[in-house]
Design a protein around this ligand. Structure first.
Ligand code: FAQ
Length: 322
């Protein structure tokens, strides 16, 4: 849609504005920051983009845990670059949220106060080096499956941020797969370590897609607005269909005795997800919730002097240019 706060728009009443918005969404046009949009559309985007941004920066913690103990210089350099990429994704996403009239400070305050969520997956511990491979393969793999359709989200700044993020996530997924393959084909101990990591990360990765469709409070409206293009269950199924043959190629077993190809459906059937565990993690009762949030708050406090110095520099620089 073209920029909206025009003279013509100023004279339109609410229902006419809504009709223009609905027509733009129906025609698959992009809604841009200065276009008129329903308050609830704006609020949904802020909620989802903030949660996504918070996930990216909290998601740095589980893997950062292994930077000092990566098994080679090559692995260490790759892991540092990946963790840094996640910080960058957070920044693109906070910027996208800011185009909706909120500020990064406000969003971070809400995260630190526990008033906004981040992905359930980052509340699980990284116990061995193989977990870094499993996160790359499964967590980044699930993230890509969920995020590629978001490149077609109706809100322009979010959709454009997702294009670059997805390219980087593809690299992350491949590095995880390659690291896990090396372990799987290594000594029996290394193979066992890879299998143990997959056993622990598989089910939480399936939970990343969100609750089942009949318990997903936002899906119907978000799909009508073309923020989400597919339901949680559709994307979860797509991920299982991709991951099952990849596990075979890796020589690893997915921890689900009910996982099997269903010729009739043209999809893999899979076992029941423990939704009690998912809701408990969301309530703050996962294995690492407390640790993740307190580390994040501490990092924010430790970084205060950097923000102050940057603001002072920007102030001086601005004065010099006046
Ligand atoms: N964790 O009605 P729905 C990554 C909440 S990035 C926590 O279905 P919606 C990169 C949901 O907010 C991973 N909460 O919600 C990386 C809602 O609660 P609310 C993050 C969850 O929004 C890799 C309630 O449950 N990706 O991994 C979760 O329509 C490696 C009801 O749910 C994104 O954020 C969950 N898993 O659909 C980084 C992608 N699922 O807000 C480092 C963008 C649901 O009413 C290392 N987000 N909830 O209090 C989305 O696509 C959607 O927001 C969904 C949820 C699909 C996550």
């Amino acid at each position: 849609m073209t920029t909206g706060t025009s003279a013509a728009e100023a004279t339109m009443d609410a229902s006419a504005l809504e009709a223009v918005f609905d027509a733009a969404v129906a025609a698959d046009e992009r809604i841009e920051p200065r276009d008129w949009m329903p308050d609830a559309y704006r609020a949904t985007l802020v909620r989802q983009i903030a949660q996504h941004a918070h996930s990216e920066i909290i998601g740095m913690q589980p893997e950062a845990n292994w930077i000092t103990r990566a098994p080679s210089l090559r692995r260490k350099a790759i892991l540092m670059a990946k963790v840094q990429d996640e910080a960058g994704h957070g920044l693109y996403l906070y910027s996208a949220a800011e185009t909706l009239g909120t500020s990064r400070d406000e969003l971070l305050d809400k995260l630190h106060a526990g008033r906004q969520k981040y992905s359930s997956i980052f509340n699980y511990p990284t116990l061995t080096w193989a977990d870094v491979g499993a996160i790359g393969w499964l967590v980044d793999g699930a993230a890509i499956t969920n995020q590629v359709p978001l490149c077609r989200c109706s809100y322009g700044p979010y959709a454009r941020a997702m294009v670059r993020i997805c390219k980087e996530e593809s690299f992350h997924q491949r590095q995880g797969y390659e690291a896990l393959l090396a372990l799987s084909q290594g000594t029996p101990e290394q193979h066992a370590m890879a299998q143990d990591a997959v056993d622990r990360w598989w089910w939480p990765s399936l939970m990343m897609f969100g609750p089942p469709d009949d318990e997903s409070s936002h899906s119907a409206q978000s799909m009508a607005w073309k923020i989400k293009r597919h339901s949680n269950d559709e994307l979860r199924q797509r991920f299982v269909d991709i991951a099952a043959p990849q596990a075979e190629a890796l020589g690893l077993t997915l921890p689900d005795p009910d996982l099997r190809w269903n010729e009739e459906r043209g999809h893999y059937d899979f076992g029941a997800i423990d939704w009690t565990e998912f809701w408990e993690v969301l309530k703050g009762n996962g294995p690492c919730n407390e640790q993740r949030l307190s580390k994040r708050r501490q990092a924010h406090e430790d970084g205060a002097w950097v923000r102050e110095a940057a603001a002072a520099y920007a102030g001086k620089h601005g004065e010099a240019q006046r």
